[in-house]
Design a binder for this molecule. Structure first.
Ligand SMILES: Nc1nc2c(ncn2[C@@H]2O[C@H](COP(=O)(O)OP(=O)(O)OP(=O)(O)O)[C@@H](O)[C@H]2O)c(=O)[nH]1
Ligand SMILES: [Mg+2]
Length: 198
């Protein structure tokens, strides 16, 4: 369990970066959070760190514009990646976003795994599929977290999981976690998977 390995209370935002020149320069392992805007990336970080508002969450999508690096007990970092798929974003902004994410995912030696968040309620979007394919192509370890599980009855979880896996062409070697930031369902499994990637 996480508490034996890391003091998760000792967590704080370290810096925000738009490009490589701003990334922290050391060799601490990093876990990045990727997913559609509003899927619950920041909430996932807050839940894992048992904090209400360390990573800023909002009901207004498209808020996180930079890569936000969170230091966890000087042993690990979470990197909150701005969400994709927000409609009210210009073509130019979208291209800039793509470059920023790609630069981080492809060149960052510290990166140990990407937590790819999808919404358990819905079939993955084209961009969700694209992100998963991208990670597989670059052989970046990926943990798929299907969140907002509290919003559908437990009896339907399996069916929704199957739909998501099918659409993603999910690799059975990867971890798939049903999660809720509301109920904390999946908390232990999420920490176990993350720690096993370090
Ligand atoms: N019911 C429920 N609501 C959630 C859950 N996770 C996140 N939310 C809500 O969904 C909204 C968006 O959550 P965020 O964590 O800000 O999403 P994000 O992926 O960081 O969004 P961007 O930073 O815009 O990309 C907020 O209103 C959260 O409270 C969950 O597991 N269950
Ligand atoms: Mg966010």
């Amino acid at each position: 369990m996480s508490e034996e390995v890391l003091n998760t209370h000792n967590a704080a935002i370290l810096l925000s970066a738009a490009n490589k020149s701003h990334y922290p320069q050391d060799d601490l392992p990093e876990i990045a959070l990727a997913g559609r805007s509003n899927v619950g990336k920041s909430s996932f970080i807050n839940t894992l760190l048992k904090r209400k508002n360390l990573a800023r969450t909002s009901s207004k999508p498209g808020k996180t514009q930079l890569l936000n690096f969170y230091n966890i007990d000087d042993k690990l970092r979470f990197v909150d990646v701005p969400g994709y798929g927000y409609a009210k974003v210009s073509k130019a902004e979208r291209a800039k976003w793509g470059k920023m994410i790609e630069e981080y995912l492809v060149t960052r030696d510290n990166l140990r795994a990407v937590v790819s968040l999808v919404d358990l309620r819905h079939s993955p979007t084209a961009e969700d599929v694209q992100m998963y394919e991208f990670l597989k192509y670059y052989e970046i370890p990926v943990i798929v977290v299907a969140t907002k599980a509290d919003k559908i009855p437990r009896g339907k979880w399996n069916k929704h999981e199957s739909v998501i896996k099918k659409k993603l062409d999910f690799d059975p070697q990867d971890e798939f976690i049903i999660f809720s930031s509301e109920t904390k369902h999946g908390y232990d499994q999420a920490w176990d998977s993350i720690l096993s990637c370090l």
